[in-house]
Ligand binder design. Structure first.
Ligand code: CA
Length: 232
C-alpha cells in the first residue's frame, strides 16, 4: 500500500515541526506550505490524500483556501481538517459549511490529531457502511434487530431517537448540522412548529437514555453534533 500523503498548510514553524515529526513517526508522508496561494497550487499539483489547514494564514486565509479547494473539481474530493484557535469558533462553523471535513482546536495532542486523520481517511474509503452490530465503549447497536444496549442492558429508544443515533453513527465522526439532522430524520412531513430545537430536545432524551455512553455524542456549539467513538 502506498503511503498516505498529508499536506500541512501552516505558517508557524514550530507547529509544522511538531506535526511533521509526529505524522512521519506514524508512517505518513508529509509535505508543507506556508501560505494559501502555494497551498492551492500544491493541492492541484500533488493531490494529497488529506489536507491539514490552518485558518490563520498570511495572504488568502484558511477559509478562502477551503472554499477554493471545495469549489475546484480537481481538489474538491480531498478531505480537509481545519486547525483552529479557540477564538475562531465562528470560523470553524463557516468552514464546516464550506465543506471542510473536520476541525481540531489548538492546542491539540498529536494523538488526538492522528485519530482524527484516521477517522477522516476511513470515512473517505467506506462511505456510510456500518457493521450489522456496532460497538463502541459500553454501547452496542444492533441495526437488524433495531436494538440498543448500554453495558449489556437494553435501552428503550423511540423511533426518532434510534434514527438520530443511527444517522450520527453512519456519519462516522463527521459533524452533522442540526438542519441536516432535521431534514434527514424529520424530512418534509415536519410541521411548522418542528424546528432545529427539536433536534436538541431529542438529543437530550437520547443522551439521558444512553447513560455512560452519552458522552460519545458531542455537541458542536451553534452548529450540530458528532459521534466520537470511545476507545476500548
Ligand atoms: Ca497560523
Amino acid at each position: 500500500m502506498s503511503k498516505v500523503n498529508i499536506l500541512i498548510v501552516e505558517d508557524e514553524k514550530d507547529i509544522i515541526k511538531m506535526l511533521e515529526y509526529n505524522l512521519k513517526k506514524e508512517g505518513f508522508k508529509v509535505s508543507d506550505t506556508r501560505d494559501g496561494e502555494s497551498a492551492l497550487e500544491e493541492a492541484r499539483r500533488g493531490h494529497p490524500d488529506i489536507i491539514l489547514l490552518d485558518l490563520m494564514l498570511p495572504g488568502i486565509d484558511g477559509l478562502e483556501v477551503c472554499k477554493s479547494l471545495k469549489n475546484d473539481p480537481k481538489t474538491s474530493s480531498i478531505p480537509v481538517i481545519m486547525l483552529t484557535a479557540k477564538s475562531q469558533e465562528s470560523d470553524k462553523i463557516v468552514g464546516l459549511e464550506l465543506g471542510a471535513d473536520d476541525y481540531i482546536t489548538k492546542p491539540f495532542s498529536p494523538r488526538e490529531l492522528i485519530a482524527r486523520i484516521k477517522a477522516v481517511l476511513r470515512r473517505a474509503n467506506d462511505k456510510g457502511k456500518l457493521p450489522e452490530v456496532f460497538q463502541a465503549g459500553d454501547l452496542s447497536v444492533d441495526f437488524s434487530r433495531i436494538s440498543v444496549c448500554v453495558k449489556d442492558k437494553p435501552v428503550d429508544l423511540t423511533a426518532k431517537e434510534f434514527e438520530l443515533l443511527k444517522t450520527l453513527l453512519q456519519a462516522k465522526g463527521r459533524v452533522l448540522s442540526r438542519d441536516y439532522l432535521l431534514d434527514t430524520i424529520w424530512g418534509y412531513d415536519h410541521a411548522m412548529e418542528i424546528q432545529t430545537r427539536t433536534v436538541d430536545v431529542h438529543i437530550r432524551t437520547l443522551r439521558k437514555k444512553l447513560k455512560s455512553s452519552a458522552r460519545m455524542i458531542v455537541t458542536v456549539k451553534n452548529y450540530g453534533y458528532r459521534f466520537e467513538e470511545e476507545e476500548e
